[in-house]
Design a protein around this ligand. Structure first.
Ligand SMILES: CC(=O)N[C@H]1[C@@H](OP(=O)(O)OP(=O)(O)OC[C@H]2O[C@@H](n3ccc(=O)[nH]c3=O)[C@H](O)[C@@H]2O)O[C@H](CO)[C@@H](O)[C@@H]1O[C@H](C)C(=O)N[C@@H](C)C(=O)N[C@H](CCC(=O)O)C(=O)O
Ligand SMILES: Nc1ncnc2c1ncn2[C@@H]1O[C@H](COP(=O)(O)OP(=O)(O)OP(=O)(O)O)[C@@H](O)[C@H]1O
Length: 515
């Protein structure tokens, strides 16, 4: 068990080593903190308080009243009796001090970390599923959907962020280690780097899946270059790297990996016959044997360049359809292999792994087949719809979709483009409108739709849009409920307003209209 405390000298050493300390107020050599928090509402006696983000001075006052004896901040507080460590960057300081406070739990975990615009959650689920077998159920998971820290039911809970704030990250790693976990599979968002939530953390294996324009705008990344830069940091901070050689911007990605990793610890993979955009060695090739809705089977084979220690050749089967999921699965198989899994373990587990809200379906008697999927940008809607188009060549594809407010503005154009390319009918509706008017968002998507190709309906009430789309569909149509996956809420004006989930609404509609 780690001691869960930090002394003044430990704090000073860490902050000085990283050139973060600019001043100390009310210095106290005897200080020992036994708690850390960034929220005054959870402050405890002898705690250390981080003043970060949209911070108000009264939060520190409340924290000191609760017994906090020290704070870390970018600005000195006025008339505060607690010891103040003034730093150049609060997010970096919080990450480093949290890792130290929780006893560097990362040193006791084999960490596999995924980044990419699409496929992180799916690949994290695949990898953890395989490694649960390899580690005899000692693999933790930090995903967009949920965090699993140990075997007890209360150690499995919904995530608020894809990658948690640093203090929560190291807290949860500590709990995972103390619960006997030996391995951690996690997703790392570009925001995690932008906000220094993973500052100072090194992964045993870092995987770069793909990158396409997304997450650019207010509250996210100012430019695509910034988005790419943040994502690349995952490889810079990984001991071994896996790269999908089919991704855009391969040269930047490979160079980032090479900056800190020996070429023999960089594993490249690509589909059979795919010629990468730069001259790089490909270690693993995969070949699709079946990619239908019923059967997703593919073969992985190593090239002469692949290291002999990874014996992963063979045929694999997936429960999750979608040709892009074969790509996600290959990354997962190599990652699991580096964490100690055998090909047999991957072959045995992958056929049973599903991911909530990803490619879920429900059949109807007299209406179209209904799919629920978390696709919510151009690349993912395009990938999903073009796969469905291959499967249902003669069917109408009817899509219910909306775009979130306050972020990902480029998605509105992206949805229009994907609908023009692959859909026949679109129902534009609400999806987390935030502080924007969902009708305006629908209008902005609509402006990018070619009305000669796509029949557009605007129905802002999402359950009604789903009802209309399913009711209007014929038996050989396909109805896609896109973008919300299994979200049980709509984010409206700062409030997570309960929503039954797309699948629950769809099932209710089907029960009503086919009763
Ligand atoms: C812009 C941004 O990154 N904001 C994040 C940041 O907020 P913040 O530091 O400004 O904190 P805040 O919540 O505004 O509050 C200010 C501070 O006052 C404290 N406080 C507040 C009230 C009080 O009474 N007392 C008190 O002490 C709060 O605890 C906090 O420390 O830190 C918070 C956690 O501590 C995050 O929840 C929040 O994420 C926002 C809401 C968010 O959702 N960000 C998205 C864009 C994001 O990160 N997404 C990525 C996925 C995207 C991708 O796929 O790339 C993710 O990793 O989830
Ligand atoms: N490799 C891929 N390429 C393109 N689209 C994909 C890929 N993998 C998954 N998708 C699509 O993207 C959707 C989201 O997948 P997933 O949740 O695994 O990605 P993610 O990277 O975690 O996404 P987010 O950052 O939005 O949480 C899926 O439902 C599917 O439609």
């Amino acid at each position: 068990m780690a001691k869960l405390q930090l002394s003044a000298s430990e704090i000073l050493t860490i902050l000085r080593e990283h050139h973060l300390l600019t001043n100390v107020i009310n210095a106290n050599d005897q200080l020992v903190v036994t708690d850390v928090t960034y929220d005054s509402r959870t402050a405890k006696p002898n705690g250390l308080f981080f003043c970060k983000g949209n911070f108000k001075p009264e939060y520190l006052t409340t924290a000191v009243d609760a017994g906090v004896t020290a704070y870390v901040s970018e600005v000195a507080a006025k008339e505060c009796k607690a010891t103040g460590f003034i730093v150049a960057d609060i997010q970096k300081a919080m990450s480093l001090l949290s890792a130290a406070f929780f006893g560097y739990p990362q040193d006791d975990l084999f960490i596999v970390a995924f980044t990419g615009t699409k496929g992180k959650t799916t690949s994290a689920y695949f990898t953890r599923g395989i490694l649960q077998q390899t580690t005899n159920k000692h693999t933790a998971l930090f995903s967009t959907i949920d965090r699993i820290l140990g075997p007890k039911p209360e150690q499995e809970f919904k995530s608020d962020l894809t990658t948690p704030e640093s203090l929560n990250l190291f807290h949860d790693m500590r709990e995972a280690v103390d619960s006997g976990m030996t391995t951690l599979v996690m997703e790392v968002s570009s925001q995690a780097y932008k906000k220094n939530r993973v500052y100072g953390l090194t992964y045993d294996v870092g995987i770069f899946l793909n990158i396409t324009p997304d997450h650019i705008g207010r509250n996210e990344h100012p430019t695509f270059a910034d988005y790419l830069h943040c994502k690349l940091q995952l490889l810079v901070n990984s001991r071994q790297c896996i790269i999908n050689a089919e991704t855009d911007h391969l040269e930047d990605i490979y160079m980032a990996a090479k900056a800190t990793t020996e070429p023999e610890d960089i594993y490249m993979y690509a589909r059979d016959g795919y010629k990468p955009s730069i001259d790089v060695p490909i270690d693993f090739r995969y070949h699709s044997n079946e990619d239908t809705l019923k059967d997703a089977k593919f073969t992985v084979s190593h090239t002469d360049l692949a290291p002999a220690k990874l014996n992963l050749d063979g045929e694999y089967q997936l429960a999750l359809p979608g040709d892009y999921n074969e790509n996600n699965a290959v990354a997962s198989i190599i990652a699991a292999g580096l964490a100690g899994a055998t090909a047999t373990e991957a072959q045995q587990t992958l056929p049973d792994i599903t991911v909530p809200g990803r490619f879920e379906s429900v059949a109807t008697k007299n209406h179209g087949m209904v799919f629920v999927d978390y696709a919510h940008n151009y690349a993912s809607v395009k990938a999903l719809l073009s796969f469905l188009r291959k499967q249902y060549a003669d069917s109408r594809i009817i899509v219910v979709v909306g775009s979130p407010g306050d972020k990902g503005i480029s998605r509105r154009e992206g949805f229009g483009k994907a609908l023009n390319e692959e859909a026949d009918v679109a129902y534009l509706t609400a999806d987390d409108p935030g502080f924007e008017n969902p009708a305006d968002i629908a209008q902005q998507i609509d402006e990018h739709i070619d009305h000669n190709r796509v029949d557009v309906h605007v129905q802002i009430d999402r359950p009604t849009a789903i009802r209309e789309a399913i009711s209007d569909s014929h038996a050989d149509d396909v109805v896609v409920l896109a973008a919300k996956g299994e979200d049980p809420y709509q984010k409206i004006r700062g409030v997570d307003t309960p929503y039954p989930t797309d699948m629950a609404v769809a099932k209710q509609v089907i029960a009503d209209i086919e009763a």
